[in-house]
Design a protein around this ligand. Sequence first.
Ligand SMILES: NC(=O)c1ccc[n+]([C@@H]2O[C@H](COP(=O)([O-])OP(=O)(O)OC[C@H]3O[C@@H](n4cnc5c(N)ncnc54)[C@H](O)[C@@H]3O)[C@@H](O)[C@H]2O)c1
Length: 440
Amino acid sequence: MNILKKIKNKSVIVGIVGMGYVGLPLGLAFAAKKINVLGFDLDEKKINLLSKGKGYLKHISDSKIKKAVDSGYLKATTNFSRLPEVDAILICVPTPLTKHREPDMSYVENTSKMIAKYLRKGQLIALESTTYPGTTDELLLPMFENAGGKNKFKVGKDFYLAFSPEREDPNNPDFTTAEIPKVIGGVTPQCLKVAKALYDLVIIKTVPVSSARAAEATKLLENIFRSINIAMVNELKMVFDRMNIDIWEVIAAASTKPFGFKPFYPGPGLGGHCIPIDPFYLTWKAREFEINTKFIELAGEINTYQPYYVVERSVEALNKFKKALNGSKVLILGAAYKKDIDDMRESPSLKLIEIYREKGAIVEYHDPLVPVLPKTRKYNYDMKSVKLTKEKIKSYDLIVLSTDHSIFDYKLISDNAKLVVDSRNAFETRGIKRKNIFKA
Ligand SMILES: NC(=O)c1ccc[n+]([C@@H]2O[C@H](COP(=O)([O-])OP(=O)(O)OC[C@H]3O[C@@H](n4cnc5c(N)ncnc54)[C@H](O)[C@@H]3O)[C@@H](O)[C@H]2O)c1
């Protein structure tokens, strides 16, 4: 039976490669619609947990996973020789930057090599990982067309290839994977038709575009839009601070304009797997066309500076109390890159720890969602989240709010802290205004 017929009668089997922040919710969305899913990952720990119906991401409950696994619709394996069992393969592996800030395509390439090794006729492959325009056509297509011998597989006939970017927003209660419209670009019209039919089974609305490149560029536009707008408010924050104007008050007032304005908020710097990284995929590709992406670079510069700015404001705040940062006891509140999640990839808190330490401070952190700081590619802190008691709070010379988690006891902290530097306006948002709370 061909794949379109299988999609129509819902007997299609969906393989997902990379069961992380993107792959896991996607798998759950298909399983919830009674579509068989086989998740693939190199990480045995994740696959073992999944197979037992257990989770590993804080914002996705064990009960949700157990339900999908018990129903028999969600299975997982580390055995890639099972790839021919599935009809569609959705690639959700990481696309980070190398230490020279260039695209690290090794995960996508390794996955594609594995898929090419086991490719069978009639399969659909859709790349979901964020990447530069041209990846699907230039990197993936030749690997699959030449799988098993030169030009053995013809795209659009023997297999189907598409790009469909993920728009996951972890822990956003307003949108689940199935409720977020999905852009799809096929390598051929038939590829688009097959990919659209598959995603239409689970996604509220699919948005076809003319090519895989257009879909790749769409995802980058979305993330560059965020990066640049965040950089703009970060710059305005620094200017307004100097003028003694509160950026948060200004944004709230501007947000009352019913058209032509969308609020973005300043903070201690960018974090997560997407916004600090993805724009530079375009910067890299644009060089091939002899074009510099000036907006992207400028936004990167301003956003990268933000943790340093928070530290500068801390020095000023301590100075008002006749204290030096050198030798001060500093607590970083929040290690995750955004509120109410456990993901600390690229978190500005990690950079803050580094800078405060460089300046001679004794640094600890508190984040119940990140009880220990895992080793990252850049940092290897041997640190555990400290427990916060009244006495403990009093023991710090400075408390720096980096992530505005809802679980923090803001009253307890502000009642007992000597000095607070708040990079998210988290205290005032909760009605707490004090002379010893400085915004940064
Ligand atoms: N996290 C988000 O909110 C988000 C949102 C939109 C888009 N994206 C994009 O989606 C992609 C995946 O991001 P993520 O956050 O889910 O990453 P992740 O690290 O949470 O998950 C990736 C998974 O892939 C696995 N993996 C790595 N190499 C593999 C291989 N060769 N074969 C099989 N599995 C492999 C890893 O073990 C991991 O479990 C990235 O391109 C990212 O930019 C992420």
